[in-house]
Design a protein around this ligand. Sequence first.
Ligand SMILES: Nc1ncnc2c1ncn2[C@@H]1O[C@H](COP(=O)(O)OP(=O)(O)OP(=O)(O)O)[C@@H](O)[C@H]1O
Ligand SMILES: [Mg+2]
Length: 368
Amino acid sequence: MEYQSKIKPKQESFTKVAPKMDKLVLSPVGYPLKAGDESSPYLSTDDPSLFQHYARSQWIGLVVKKGNFLFDSLLFPDYAFRAITVEPKESQITKNTRIQLYTEQKINPGHKISKQQLTYTDVIGQESAKEKCQIIGKFLRNKDLMSSFWAPKNILFWGPPGNGKTMMAKALSNEIKSSIFLIKASDLLGIYVGDGARKIKNLYSEARRSAPAVIFIDELDSIALKRNYQGIRGDVVELVSALLGEMDGIDSNQGVITIGSTNQPSILDSAILSRFEDLIEFKYPNQSERGEILKLYADLSPIPFNDISWDIIIHRTDHWSGRDLKEKIIKGAIHHAVLYNLSRITQKELNDSLQKAKIFDDTFSYFS
Ligand SMILES: Nc1ncnc2c1ncn2[C@@H]1O[C@H](COP(=O)(O)OP(=O)(O)OP(=O)(O)O)[C@@H](O)[C@H]1O
Ligand SMILES: [Mg+2]
């Protein structure tokens, strides 16, 4: 395996004859240098030209050939990208190189919803969150409104797991034309003290550069803990104060909106919590919403559901989240049908799937 150093090579290596690079396609890899860490930061932007600018600014001058790894040194130090297309082969990145981020097309038989197509209407219920996202969209589209001090600034999505907070952020990213940075809070924690605070600073300055922009910080509770818990990790204190500083903003019209997401607002640092001007609750789906969610995902199944009495399932799933309904009931029934080569799914498979999910839940609550 060949690794391209993130440290820019000395000038002499540039003098070796390398043609100017016309095109570079990078595939996100993760952290190949961190043993046992296969997670990738959940950061994406729908703005290819922003990615190009970001990539050029840190790798300009590097001579790259197909298969080389390029290491991020700004937002995610040591995060690697692999060069999968280099034109001409073994050439040098210049300020004119076209750089693209390759995103794998997942083939999902029968599944019509993809991240790219996700819209507000795919999220069942959660009307106040949809309204808030529409307001954000209107501000982002109107420069004057966005630069006034009435612009939305810090909003918190909160509620029990699996009820569409992350899904709504993805729908928002598809509905707005502006840049959106989707990030998992735990990915902001670094190995060394100071890493996290630096990542926050870089994240916000990158967002300001591409303003108007939205930063969505998922699973905020993993970093923004109450003061008395912050001592568990020394760097969390720094991280929280860096975040507080960015949420306040030096002036109100920097064009960056922060959306935090948590299912445990009660454990959040009170200073962080008080910065959120709006707390949007994501509730468990009610009866009719449960019906809509079940039917939505049943319709997307590669194996058809036949003659189902949905009411039986709806009545037995009070306080089940959208994720539970999709992942435990619908997916459970589909897996059963795949195992036994069934050409259709009937009430029996669905009831079995519900029964199994209930046993799983009971067992789990026994241990928790
Ligand atoms: N209201 C909903 N409408 C349609 N699908 C939903 C809804 N809520 C959840 N789902 C399904 O469940 C999946 C998980 O939801 P999501 O990840 O958005 O939950 P979350 O609120 O972010 O949970 P967590 O707090 O655990 O991060 C979604 O990708 C979607 O498939
Ligand atoms: Mg989530």
